[in-house]
Design a protein around this ligand. Structure first.
Ligand code: HEC
Length: 147
């Protein structure tokens, strides 16, 4: 067996073994009372560009079950939910809600969200300047000035 064949064989075995190590692709139950409520035009943008990582209503396409890719993708979702989870937004303190809403505008204005690797695959998730404006106007209006 040549060296190249050996390396390929080891790679194939690693990928096969990796399939037995699959992180859980969760979608915890959603209590509508705890949801972050948004006007329809904002909700449409959120659903298209943010929902997969920032809610408990993630769409999990078939390839999210293929390791080692799945390790990376599940991690994005878990981390995204930890930072901002629209499905449990009402459980945040007023201060945290206000801060997260402010972050929404900050993140999209700087082009940090949605994550580049996500928009590479989900082309429709890319935000137009008008989308950014809509999110920022909403974020501004939703934050109570008293907070
Ligand atoms: C592919 C997954 C993914 C998508 C899609 C995504 N995010 Fe994120 N988001 C993350 C991850 C992971 C983090 C935490 C790490 C970081 O800040 O880079 C995060 C962090 C955040 C934070 C918290 C920042 C902070 O410091 O408090 C906000 C706000 C946010 N995202 C908003 C959005 C918005 C708005 C969208 C849609 C326009 C979006 N994200 C789309 C994965 C995602």
């Amino acid at each position: 067996m040549t060296m190249l064949k050996r390396i390929l064989l080891v790679l194939v075995i690693l990928v096969v073994v990796a399939q037995f190590i699959r992180p859980a692709r969760t979608n915890p139950p959603v209590d509508p009372a705890k949801r972050l409520t948004m006007p329809a035009n904002v909700q449409a943008i959120f659903d298209r560009s943010c929902r997969d990582c920032h809610s408990n209503e993630t769409r999990w396409p078939w390839y999210t079950n293929i390791s080692p890719l799945s390790w990376w993708l599940v991690n994005h979702v878990n981390e995204g939910r930890r930072e901002l989870n629209a499905s449990v937004f009402a459980t945040y303190t007023a201060k945290k809600q206000s801060r997260k809403l402010e972050e929404v505008c900050d993140q999209v204005q700087h082009g940090d969200m949605p994550i580049g690797s996500y928009t590479l695959v989900h082309r429709q998730a890319k935000l137009s300047p008008a989308d950014v404006q809509t999110l920022c106007t909403w974020s501004e209006q939703s934050r109570s000035p008293a907070r």
